[in-house]
Design a protein around this ligand. Structure first.
Ligand code: AP5
Length: 244
């Protein structure tokens, strides 16, 4: 299964991606996390995107699409993956189409996590992240058991540098100008699945699971037909290759 998670900053994409990963074993590819990890290592990629991320702007399309192409080529993505925060522009969506077409893979769905700006701002202002394992918390909605410490690994919790009020406003503006159009684009293609994300994380997770279970059921119902189409294509191919 291949899915895209869409939605404004703070919609809860990362929170739900972790649950999807646990339930379906689908690797989460978060461009934001890949960039932050590169910044942490102070690699050339990290240095090249730092200014964009800290000011709330999008990294260049070519850089972002190349990072995704490289990650998707890793062995854990062979059976499927979920893209969290990619694509965010029409050129990125086209790069994804090309990448999937080259591998003859279909995109199963674009899950759109829908929240108001007000909710997004409140969530981002209260977000705290584990400095080591990236687990995310919220001061009010998802507090850690021990203040300032990660429940999973005990490391210190920090605030993301782009979760400051001015940068949050900028990120929401950038989303409205550059990413929102993708919601219509995937809707037009019949791939959009809307999820009311303005609910408790467990309720959002239940809506997501019900959608993904339906997609998986449809896929397994279609599997015999796809296998026989692939087999006939293979027979034609081998008949062609045995011609003089
Ligand atoms: P990225 O890391 O992708 O950030 P984002 O899209 O802005 O999304 P967030 O991680 O802020 O929010 P989220 O929707 O994942 O919410 P979360 O689950 O954490 O990108 C960062 C930057 O990298 C970009 O600004 C850009 O510069 C660059 N970048 C990334 N991708 C790029 C691309 N494709 N092209 C170019 N540049 C790119 O939840 C937020 C908070 O709310 C948490 O505290 C959480 O605990 C809480 N919460 C979650 N769900 C709920 C709920 N249901 N109820 C109550 N609280 C909740």
């Amino acid at each position: 299964m291949i899915i895209v998670l869409l939605g404004p900053p703070g919609a809860g994409k990362g929170t739900q991606a972790r649950r999807i990963q646990e339930r379906y074993g689908l690797p989460q590819i978060s461009t934001g996390e890949l960039f932050r990890a590169a910044m942490g290592r102070e690699s050339p990629l990290g240095r090249s995107v730092k200014g964009y991320i800290e000011s709330g702007r999008l990294a260049p399309d070519e850089v972002t699409s190349a990072v995704v192409a490289e990650r998707v080529a890793e062995p854990d993505c062979r059976k499927g993956f979920m893209l969290d925060g990619f694509p965010r522009t029409l050129p990125q969506a086209q790069a994804l189409d090309a990448l999937l077409a080259a591998r003859r893979l279909p995109l199963d769905a674009a899950l759109y996590f829908d929240v108001t700006d007000e909710v997004a701002v409140e969530r981002l202002s209260g977000r705290r992240m584990c400095s080591k394992c990236n687990e995310n918390y919220h001061e009010r909605h998802l507090p850690p058991k021990q203040a300032g410490r990660c429940d999973r690994c005990g490391s210190a919790l920090t605030q993301r540098p782009d979760d400051k009020p001015d940068t949050i406003r900028k990120r929401l503006q950038v989303y409205a100008q550059q990413t929102r159009a993708l919601v219509e684009e995937y809707d037009r293609r019949g791939l959009l699945r809307r999820i009311a994300s303005d609910q408790a994380p467990e309720k959002v997770a239940a809506s997501v699971a019900s959608m993904l279970d339906k997609i998986l059921a449809l896929r397994s119902a279609a599997a015999p037909a796809l296998r026989s189409a692939a087999a006939s294509a293979g027979e034609e191919e081998s008949a062609r290759s045995s011609l003089p």
